[in-house]
Design a protein around this ligand. Structure first.
Ligand code: TXA
Ligand code: MG
Length: 321
């Protein structure tokens, strides 16, 4: 078990020593290490059991700190940075030699993010290096949205988790970059496609396939929990044949008759997508820890945050084995 508290000094000391620390952000908890310390970077991959072809995001407390690590920031992205940072968005920018190739998995661009979480911004301000921080879950599992989630899965391998409460957004950051002169979204997340398009006009949404992921973290099975997960629609509920004791449901708003309450979760009883997003990973974890064998997932409306939620739900139905 790791120690869980909100001692910024302790977190900073450990990071300076090259140790890893669980950190809160508005999206999900991260597994942070000193991005300028190769040993720390390597231990991130080790603790997460993450393949080295999957690059890491660098976290900063302000844009001015980013300057030495990137060649330039294209104008279109400057607009988005100004509007949405600090916030749940990550930018792919051409890296300088200061960024270790392990961080970018040998790619020419580095992922940059300024999280909107007061405690973590203070922590980052107190450091004279950026931290690399993937989501603090073992590779291939859902991201953690509380300190306890981190402890449950990585507590054996890290000594400290900075407790910043439950993540307010609950979905990872939206990843944005420029490809063929067009603003491109590589991962749908906490800032919606609509919000981005309202600032810069139509953007490209990169649809990845499991055979050729553009960003390795976009592998189809990346968010797969352990149950047999299937999508369902309410209109088909009567046609489904299931053993009520061995079946779970994650629905958007409505309860499922005949299913014990501990085996079902409504993401938002009043249909609020923001609330649904913040509950999604908690719900997946909760039902994954029960004895049920099959978990039915209902897609939410495909608008705003609903796009990112559905992306996760669809991925959760693809099993790695
Ligand atoms: O919200 C978030 O972004 C969280 C919090 C902790 O900040 N972090 C996070 O990191 O989700 P991670 O490592 O679980 O997912 C980041 C994904 C990687 O899987 C990879 O696909 C993509 O970002 N990525 C990182 N660097 C990249 C690069 N240079 N080029 C393309 N994709 C990159
Ligand atoms: Mg992740």
């Amino acid at each position: 078990m790791a120690e869980i508290s909100n001692d910024l000094k302790q977190a900073a000391t450990l990071l300076r020593e090259g140790k890893l620390v669980g950190i809160p952000t508005e999206t999900v908890y991260g597994l942070a290490g000193n991005a300028l310390d190769e040993k720390a970077i390597l231990s991130i991959f080790e603790v997460k059991n993450r393949p080295k072809f999957d690059p890491l995001i660098l976290h900063f407390s302000s844009l001015s700190e980013v300057t030495p690590y990137v060649k330039k920031i294209p104008n279109e992205l400057q607009i988005l940075i100004k509007k949405f940072t600090p916030g749940p968005i990550t930018f792919l920018l051409e890296k300088t030699a200061l960024v270790n190739d392990l961080i970018t998995a040998g790619l020419s661009r580095v992922a940059i993010r300024i999280p909107a979480h007061e405690l973590t911004l203070k922590l980052l301000q107190s450091l004279d290096f950026p931290v690399a921080a993937p989501s603090a879950n073992p590779f291939g599992y859902v991201s953690p949205t509380t300190a306890k989630h981190v402890d449950d899965q990585l507590g054996e391998n890290i000594t400290y988790i900075l407790d910043g409460g439950a993540c307010s957004v609950g979905l990872e950051s939206t990843i944005v970059g420029i490809e063929n002169n067009q603003i491109t979204i590589y991962r749908k997340g906490g800032i919606t496609v609509e919000e981005i398009e309202a600032e810069v006009g139509e953007v490209n949404v990169f649809v990845t396939s499991s055979s050729k992921p553009s960003a390795p973290g976009m592998l189809h099975s990346h968010y797969a929990p352990k149950k047999n997960n299937l999508l369902f629609e309410f209109k088909d509920l009567k046609k489904l044949k299931f053993d009520a004791k061995k079946t779970g449901f994650i629905s958007f708003t409505e309860k499922i008759d005949g299913i014990p309450s501990e085996n079902q979760f409504q993401l938002s009883s009043n249909g609020n997508l923001k609330e649904a997003a913040s509950n999604l990973f908690k719900a997946l974890r909760l039902l994954d820890s029960t004895e049920i064998e099959t978990l039915y997932l209902e897609l939410v409306p495909e608008i705003g945050l609903g796009q990112a939620i559905n992306d996760k739900l669809r991925r959760a139905t693809n099993h790695p084995n």
